[in-house]
Design a protein around this ligand. Structure first.
Ligand code: NAD
Ligand code: ZN
Length: 256
């Protein structure tokens, strides 16, 4: 069933959450557009102005690494100050009060952490762009220390421990998915009784496989997105609405 009217969508989403024992929230870039971070598809979005730098090119070429870091900091500047939305706040509240057992996100903006989703409930499938790590030894590097060095030297940052290439802690095209997160996400999808996909076009794989996996394992599948997705026909309920106005009905303890 597809619902486009906000009041009906709010009532149905509330019912779904109240009737579920264990909810998984699966989020995409659409959750953060209200924070001012464009999703992947917006025309002119910095995500799409440049052809992405594949992982192998980053590893192999110092010039590609310099270009990747230049773009990374330009993007950070244009989205600086982005704060969690009402959607993030509601999801965090449901996770803290126990109704939501796991938050699986494709987002790399760190806004789920900023809104207070407990760490053990958060699964970041595509990494996190708010810090960096060494590709060789895995050591974490803070952007506040990487950036001045990069800007002063014009050279791609190297690991202070082993000299290996330092990269934003996100998963690039061509880079292996993080094994632990994939395992945690698969487990959460198989164990929940309600899987809510919110703000994702559901075309980026393997992440987009989790909604179907949950449904095939017996969960109800609810898709919240302003545009149609290729999985709408599999969903028990499609809420074709703006996330903020829809999710705000779940705030203030109404479902805890
Ligand atoms: P996507 O851009 O492919 O899809 C986002 C969907 O959200 C679109 O279908 C759009 O119609 C919908 N949408 C946007 N704003 C909405 C709103 N306010 N209410 C309801 N629907 C809304 O994003 P994706 O499926 O997450 O895949 C994009 C990939 O790019 C991901 O892998 C992600 O890692 C990366 N990305 C991340 C961010 C971020 O971290 N904020 C932003 C852009 C891209
Ligand atoms: Zn290292």
């Amino acid at each position: 069933m597809i619902v486009t009217e906000l009041h009906e969508a709010r009532a149905r989403l509330t019912d779904e959450i109240l009737n579920a024992l264990s909810v998984v929230m699966f989020t995409g870039a659409g959750l953060s557009t209200e924070a001012g971070i464009p999703d992947f598809r917006s025309p002119g979005s910095l995500w799409t102005v440049h052809k992405p730098i594949p992982f192998e090119a980053f590893r192999a070429s110092p010039a590609a690494r310099v270009e990747a870091w230049r773009r990374k900091f330009a993007m950070d500047d244009s989205y600086a100050g982005a704060r969690p939305t009402i959607g993030h706040a509601v999801i965090a509240e449901l996770a803290r009060t126990g109704r939501v057992g796991a938050v699986i996100t494709q987002n790399i903006d760190g806004l789920h952490q900023a809104s207070g989703v407990p760490e053990h409930k958060l699964i970041e499938l595509h990494g996190n762009g708010t810090y960096a790590s060494c590709l060789d030894c895995g050591l974490r590097h803070e952007l506040a220390e990487v950036r001045p060095r990069f800007e002063a030297s014009g050279e791609a940052p190297a690991c202070r421990a082993c000299g290996g290439p330092v990269k934003s802690a996100t998963i690039s095209f061509g880079q292996a998915m993080p094994e632990r997160e994939m395992r945690r996400a698969a487990k959460a999808a198989l164990e929940c009784d309600l899987f809510v996909a919110a703000g994702s076009s559901l075309v980026v794989h393997p992440a987009a496989g989790f909604p179907s996996a949950a449904r095939n394992a017996g969960a109800r599948l609810v898709i919240v997105n302003r545009e149609p997705t290729p999985l709408d026909h599999e969903a028990d309920l499609v809420l074709r609405c703006e996330i903020g106005p829809l999710f705000s009905v779940l705030s203030a303890g109404g479902t805890s």
